[in-house]
Ligand binder design. Structure first.
Ligand code: GDD
Ligand code: GTP
Length: 432
């Protein structure tokens, strides 16, 4: 059988997702009407043959409780969805290893591992097929990005014909390939757990001090007790961190039947808060193409795709879309215009206001004739910052929770922390 693990990280991660992650853990932030992690889970459920999913992270035990309760009802073929909490960050492979008994229960022969912070079509069925066709031990999902963007990701060198992974380098310093790691893997359980085990062994065998010491010739005269350093504990802790990307995948390329499935479909990373806007757009477009019943019906004032929560109130003269999500109890006034944006629950957008390429945080108010806007990022760009007048600014404008924008005020390319009142025009600023 096949199981799945979704890696969610923890509260010390997602710092680039601020200010939105101040109020909700990033995996639960909603894009296209559902939490980010829901999109991963829906893909796992769609495979059909997977029944068992473990969400691994170091968020508090209670964080995913309600989400899991709802998901269990919504995806009845997933008979077990469990959250496994790391006592501290163990790295992308450390958690897998720590919870190996739970994961291996029922003797699954294959394991999907998904990074929760990516937005893609998750072609898991295709990955399974490649795995079978090649009699593989590991399959990684890859996508092509621009040469400039590639070094921000794990880079894959593969044989164009056989699709075998020849080399893997995590965030290389210089360009080696523009085929990158999407953060979605399928492993034979018989291959992944022994690989992690040998990575741990290599690490324990290696004299811990060697790395930080200038020359190994000096080792004999080196006495930790007299070094004045007291980082034994730290050293120990770091040793527990095992990362798939740095410690496992490179080795797999050398020694295992390791293949890459290259997706031509959409793929984006969800790191910065601004990246929720393209992720929202991509998931909405996909739902629209699939004929989803959840989306609003197009009309003269509604350009698809748009998601409107059933409890939101939209004035008939307001114009929405494309690529807009409106959260629970939000109120959109007469003549307002909302495009390429996320409006979260309990927001109010007053009459004739305009919201473009922005995220309006929970309970925020945008005044009459106000204008809150970001700038579209170029197609294919994997960055959410742009250079304006020689300065790097956020392309997406983000208002944190409970912000207020006064009537007729214009807010451009700003990130605004929670509880701020904007009474005059602002541009290209972080408002703290
Ligand atoms: N449980 C757990 N424990 N999860 C973790 C931990 C940890 O200690 N550390 C990270 N994660 C989760 C994150 O929440 C995220 O879903 C995923 O693992 C990877 O996060 P990072 O370690 O921050 O890596 P990255 O996002 O910079 O890069 C990874 O993803 C890229 C694709 O988005 C790498 O796999 C790259 O090679 C890849 O291109
Ligand atoms: P569409 O015609 O709607 O597809 O938009 P566009 O691509 O022509 O223009 P743009 O992206 O600049 O603006 C999006 C929409 O917002 C436009 O239709 C404008 O009419 C509307 N808009 C621009 N500024 C304001 C404003 O201050 N208030 C309101 N209510 N609407 C505005």
């Amino acid at each position: 059988s096949t199981k799945a693990v979704i890696l969610v990280g923890g509260p010390s991660r997602g710092t680039r997702f601020r200010p939105l992650s101040l109020d909700v853990p990033k995996p639960l932030f909603e894009v296209a009407g559902h939490p980010i992690i829901w999109h991963c889970l829906a893909a796992v459920a769609a495979v059909g043959s997977i029944q068992d999913v473990n969400i691994i992270g170091y968020y508090d035990e209670t964080v995913f409780r309600d989400f899991i309760k709802d998901a269990t009802k919504e995806f009845p073929n997933l008979s077990s969805i469990k959250y496994l909490r790391e006592y501290e960050a163990l790295g992308t492979a450390g958690g897998l290893y720590h919870f190996r008994d739970a994961i291996l229960k029922g003797r699954p022969d294959r394991l999907f591992v998904l990074n929760a912070d990516v937005c893609c079509s998750f072609p898991l069925g295709e990955m399974l097929k490649l795995f079978d066709d090649k009699d593989a031990e590991a399959v990684i999902l890859g996508t092509r990005v621009s040469d400039d963007a590639a070094t921000n990701f794990g880079c894959i060198v593969s044989d164009a014909h056989t699709r075998r992974v020849l080399h893997y380098v995590e965030k290389p310093e210089s360009r080696i390939s523009n085929l990158i790691n999407c953060g979605v893997y399928l492993f034979a359980t018989e291959a992944i757990f022994p690989s992690i085990k040998s990575a741990i062994k290599r690490r324990t065998d290696r004299p811990a001090r060697l790395v930080s010491y200038p020359s190994s010739d000096n080792l004999e005269t080196f006495h930790p007790a007299s070094s004045g350093l007291n980082d034994d504990d730290d050293e120990e802790r770091k040793n527990q961190v095992i990362r798939l990307e740095q410690d496992i995948l490179g080795d797999m390329a050398d020694s295992k039947q390791f293949f890459v499935y290259e997706t031509k479909d959409f793929w984006r990373q969800i790191k910065t808060a601004g990246s929720a806007v393209p992720a929202n757009a991509l998931y909405l477009q996909r739902a629209w193409q699939a004929g989803s019943e959840e989306l609003a019906k197009p009309s003269a004032n509604l350009v698809a795709p748009v998601f409107i929560h059933p409890t939101a109130e939209i004035h008939p003269t307001a114009k929405l879309g494309p690529n807009v999500s409106i959260g629970p109890r939000a109120v959109i006034g007469a003549g307002a215009r909302v495009k390429e944006s996320i409006v979260l629950e309990d927001c109010e957008i007053k009459h004739d206001a305009c919201v473009l390429y922005s995220i309006i945080g929970w309970g925020s108010r945008v005044g009459a004739w106000a204008r809150v806007e970001g700038t579209p990022t170029p197609v294919g760009s994997h960055s959410t910052s742009i250079v304006k007048n020689g300065v790097k600014v956020q392309s997406i404008t983000i208002l944190g929770k409970d912000c207020g924008v006064g009537d007729e005020v214009r807010v451009q390319n700003c990130v605004c922390l929670p509880y701020k009142e904007l009474k005059r025009d602002v541009a290209n600023e972080v408002i703290m």
